[in-house]
Design a protein around this ligand. Structure first.
Ligand SMILES: [Cu+2]
Length: 264
């Protein structure tokens, strides 16, 4: 798509208020997998609920004074039949949800090596602290302590259509990076580096929230994720790198908090 087409697509879908009881708008490449899981679970629970209520209602209406219920302990055969049917439903519904989920996680949501190997993939380091997100983009050489490494606060910009791989740290308490429109969430834990990956599908501005209660100002720990057309993102990054290089101070050690990228 051309830049103009991307801008038109962005204008059509974002930003606008979320509506109804549904999930937040899905702006990601793989988010539909999460939505399908939720919808399938909802449909299965609804079907089992209706069957159970139907059986109860039938028993209630059928057995009145004129038709008293005949109680027995069942036969060996009827007991195995009922247990077998219940087991079959469990294996079919829960089993398929479980297998699908594990496959989706490994193929899409935890596939860090494949995501990083994709041409044009963006790597970002984020340090959470009370109460903001410090965001670091690598310099042109790909390292995070380069003079042109870009630092932003609560303002994450990514190109659409390529994987974004984030490595996440925390300097104080446990936070959780939550991107509802991209169906991903990951804890930021002091003393370790965690990671998450996603790819944006639709340009626009989206919420970036902290999903762990991390202190009195937790509610302020909110940023914006801006998904840009690839050419606009490249333009922005080039300008931001030039600005970073101009403002670079080798003596300012507090500003050099980036770490060597951890291999997947
Ligand atoms: Cu937080």
């Amino acid at each position: 798509m051309t830049g103009a087409a991307w801008r038109l697509a962005g204008a059509l879908v974002a930003p606008r208020p979320e509506t109804g009881f549904g999930l937040p708008r899905d702006a990601s490449v793989d988010g539909h997998l999460v939505d399908e899981l939720i919808h399938l679970t909802g449909a299965a629970v609804a079907a089992i609920f209706l069957l159970t209520v139907g059986a109860l209602a039938w028993a209630l209406l059928r057995h009145r004074q004129a038709h008293p219920a005949a109680f027995d302990h069942g036969t060996r055969r009827s007991i195995w039949l009922v247990l077998g049917a219940a087991g079959l439903v469990l294996v079919a519904v829960d089993g398929s949800l479980f297998v699908t989920t594990v496959l989706d996680l490994h193929r899409h949501f935890w596939s860090f090596a494949a995501a990083e190997a994709t041409p044009g993939a963006l790597r970002v380091e984020i340090t959470a602290h009370q109460w903001a997100w410090a965001i670091r983009y690598p310099g042109a050489d790909g390292t995070f302590d380069a003079p042109d490494a870009v630092v932003a606060l609560d303002d994450l910009r990514v190109p659409v259509g390529v994987p974004v791989v984030i490595q996440l740290a925390s300097t104080d308490v446990i936070h959780s990076l939550y991107l509802p429109n991209f169906r991903v969430k990951q804890d930021a834990v002091p003393g370790m580096v965690t990671r998450l990956t996603f790819a944006a599908r639709t340009p626009g501005e989206y919420e970036l929230a902290c999903a762990q209660h991390c202190g009195p100002n937790h509610y302020k720990m909110r940023g914006v994720l801006t998904a840009l057309a690839p050419d606009r993102f490249a333009e922005w990054l080039e300008t931001a790198r030039a600005d970073a290089r101009r403002g670079y101070d080798p003596a300012d050690e507090a500003a050099h908090w980036g770490w060597a990228w951890r291999a997947p």
